[in-house]
Ligand binder design. Structure first.
Ligand SMILES: Nc1ncnc2c1ncn2[C@@H]1O[C@H](COP(=O)(O)OP(=O)(O)OP(=O)(O)O)[C@@H](O)[C@H]1O
Length: 257
């Protein structure tokens, strides 16, 4: 385990330096976060409720400005970003296909091309057959797949995910974990994944950043030495259990801190 926040070797895609967020009501949601994130990595932000995970992710997304510190992107420009929230936020009056195509419509991509790209993306998340269905005709897991397809249809360099699977049942969650890993392996976007779940963070990530609360800050930075193929065999392996124990110990430390 490394001390928290050590920059990754080489120039990171994203470098946070002393990032702090104090909301107008005086709550210090995040304090003095130093963190480097490498291109193409899969990093989880793990911590107890209220430790500032969502605030940190929103600052990375540019949705919330830090009150101190800075966020620097490689080359001095923010790359294209996709964002997946816990609530899929689909438009109920549009089909799955039209929901996925929406970011392309907003980017003025011609209709034929956007339909083709949205169909291909839906196929990648296993929903080729559901393209013409409306959100109310889809299960919770299918709606989340549509949401992920919509976030990826513009082929962003970075995918930010804020507890996307927290509201799903365990079996659906496991399936979507696998789907997300397959997409990441195929596309190699940089993934920053916020979760409460030790098991999920260990299954998905190459690196788990553990946060402590009051004020929200980094507590530990754990590189996970895991097999390249993360699958159901890995989920039930002693290696997985050992990594979960390590991360669980760090989380207990964060909660006691
Ligand atoms: N807009 C806001 N105004 C004031 N305080 C806020 C605001 N958003 C979040 N907070 C506070 O900032 C702290 C961190 O919140 P944040 O949602 O970032 O944490 P979190 O780790 O993502 O929590 P959870 O896991 O419960 O979603 C909390 O104390 C929260 O109440």
């Amino acid at each position: 385990m490394n001390p928290p926040g050590l920059p990754v070797s080489g120039a990171p895609l994203l470098a946070l330096r002393g990032v702090t967020k104090r909301y107008a009501n005086g709550t210090v949601a995040v304090q003095g976060v130093d963190l480097g994130i490498a291109r193409g990595g899969f990093v989880s932000l793990l911590g107890p409720s209220g430790c500032g995970k969502s605030t940190l992710l929103r600052m990375i997304a540019g949705l919330v400005p830090p009150t101190a510190g800075g966020i620097a992107w490689e080359g001095g420009r923010r790359p294209s970003l996709g964002f997946v929230f816990q609530d899929p936020t689909l438009m109920p009056w549009r089909t799955a296909l039209d929901n996925v195509a929406l970011p392309l419509r907003l980017a003025h991509v011609p209709k034929a091309e956007r339909q083709e790209r949205a169909r291909a993306m839906l196929a990648l998340v296993g929903l080729a057959e559901a393209a013409m269905r409306y959100p109310r005709e889809l299960s919770g897991g299918m709606r989340m797949r549509v949401s992920i397809a919509r976030a990826l249809v513009t082929e962003p360099e970075v995918l930010l995910l804020d507890e996307p699977f927290a509201a799903l049942d365990e079996i659906t969650r496991f399936r979507l974990n696998n789907d997300l890993l397959r997409l990441w392996e195929a596309r190699r976007f940089t993934a920053v994944f916020v979760t409460h779940s030790i098991f999920e963070s260990v299954y998905l990530s190459e690196r788990v950043v553990v946060m402590a609360a009051h004020p929200g800050r980094l507590h530990a930075d754990i590189a996970l030495e895991a097999p390249a193929a993360r699958d159901e065999a890995f989920r039930t392996s002693p290696a997985y259990a050992a990594l979960c124990r390590t991360v669980s110990g760090a989380l207990e430390g964060a909660m006691a801190a």
